[in-house]
Design a protein around this ligand. Structure first.
Ligand SMILES: [Zn+2]
Length: 436
């Protein structure tokens, strides 16, 4: 079967491609890209005025399922992902149960194959049970299909353990994805330390708690030269640390999530627990510092950090639970496009941060690219289409997003995976099992 995407602007940073071109799909693969392609036997999709990009690759998402189905299932979370443009999703292992054995990797892959509408790539925990005590069998987990390792939510107390983990990443050729945070330093903090915390009478989280941990890890990385990725930069200083260690030639990659570059802590006053996230929303200086990381191309990845909670779980005050996170697949693209419209960063770089960069970090061949012969995983979006965020329009079970009521600009209109149209105008067309 042939599908011809006609009249769109194709942006594929992996191949340095940006132009008004047509794209032909044949037997699930990208068959041709060029001007004025024609075919008598292809289904033609008119994508005039739209941007045609490789399917986005998510490398920081929490999908839940298993014993947390009330938060999300592979089905609901992947529906949300595909509507956000993500055709491949790497999922964090801090589910219940924790993904720290080959058996759990197989289980994730099996359940995802049955009920997810996107491709799913499991991460494995770095330590057994994410307890920070004993390193998992990284070789066995990588062999079973773990695309990366992370104890997201936790960090490693002992510097010597960090050193050992980095050594092992070289043996298995996978990244360790680091949530940098000194939990003792964070203490009971729930919002940004300083003015906001004082105003609300709540314990604060200083960016020191993240940055000291990040600096330590980068110093160890300078010695060991393993495979390291740093999740969700959270401060102006964290970006300057990236700049400093890059200048020293230390190899690593890093990511930002939309919350830290798009809004300041002011949002917490208005939205309460819906805006409770780690790293927390911070002041203007930190937000602009993160934007500088995008502008200067110091940041490699834009991820959603989709993290759903039930309405009940977020119904209390900011200090009622120790849950942090925002459900964010659908809002990631428009918030990133805001940065392009504000002149912070160029569109091609944003697309690279959503496609080829995370694909390379996760060692996913054939993903995040529109190379001829690659699987036809494609995201088509209208950069100017406006939509209002409502509880009803989001596909996740989680409504823990502070953007409810906001107008977003930029919407995914068509998604294909392996040449199959999976989603059109936010209607899911792929048939899978739908667990309750
Ligand atoms: Zn994290």
């Amino acid at each position: 079967m042939k599908i011809l995407l006609k009249g769109g602007r194709i942006i594929d940073p992996a191949n340095h491609l940006d132009g008004l071109l047509d794209l032909m799909i044949e037997d699930g693969k990208i068959a041709a890209i060029g001007p004025n392609l024609d075919s008598t036997d292809a289904v033609v999709e008119d994508v005039t005025g739209k941007i045609v990009a490789p399917g986005f690759v998510e490398m920081h998402a929490h999908m839940r399922d298993f014993e947390e189905k009330e938060r999300d299932t592979f089905y609901t979370a992947s529906c949300s992902a595909i509507c956000g443009g993500f055709t491949s999703v790497g999922i964090m292992p801090n589910s219940t149960p924790v993904v720290d054995t080959p058996e759990m990797i197989y289980e994730v892959k099996k359940r995802a194959a049955e009920s997810a509408v996107t491709r799913i790539y499991p991460f494995a925990a770095v330590t057994v049970g994410r307890k920070g005590e004993k390193i998992v069998d990284m070789k066995a987990l990588a062999d079973a299909g773990a695309v990366a390792f992370s104890d997201d939510g936790n960090s490693f107390k002992e510097a010597t353990m960090m050193r050992e983990i980095l050594k092992q990443t070289k043996l298995v050729n996978r990244v360790v994805d680091l949530h940098c945070e000194d939990k003792q330093y964070t203490g009971k903090g729930v919002v940004n330390a300083g003015k906001l915390a004082e105003e609300l009478g709540l314990p604060g989280i200083s960016s020191v708690s993240e940055d000291i941990e990040m600096a330590r890890n980068l110093i160890i990385q300078e010695e060991i030269q393993g495979h390291m990725h740093i999740a969700h930069l959270g401060s102006q200083r964290s970006v300057e640390l990236v700049r400093f260690f890059r200048q020293r030639g230390v190899p690593f990659t890093c990511e930002v999530i939309p919350h830290q570059f798009s809004r300041t802590e002011e949002i917490v006053k208005e939205k309460g627990t819906r805006a409770k996230v780690k790293p927390p929303f911070r002041g203007k200086e930190d937000m602009e510092g993160i934007q500088l990381g995008l502008r200067d191309h110091l940041v490699d990845v834009i991820a959603s950090d989709h993290c759903p909670y039930t309405d009940e779980e977020i119904s209390g005050g900011l200090d009622a639970t120790n849950l942090f996170g925002i459900a964010g697949f659908e809002t990631t693209l428009p918030l990133a496009l805001d940065m392009v419209r504000k002149g912070v960063v160029d569109l091609n770089y944003v697309i690279a941060c959503l496609t080829i960069n995370p694909a390379r970090i996760l060692r996913l061949e054939n993903r995040g690219t529109l190379s001829i012969g690659a699987d036809a995983d494609i995201t088509v979006f209208d950069p100017d289409q406006e939509w209002v965020v409502t509880r009803e329009c989001l596909h996740s079970k989680g409504s823990n997003t502070p953007y409810i009521g906001d107008t977003m600009r930029g919407k995914v209109v068509l998604s294909l995976i392996g040449g199959e149209v999976v989603c059109r105008d936010w209607k899911i067309l792929k048939q899978v099992e739908k667990p309750e």
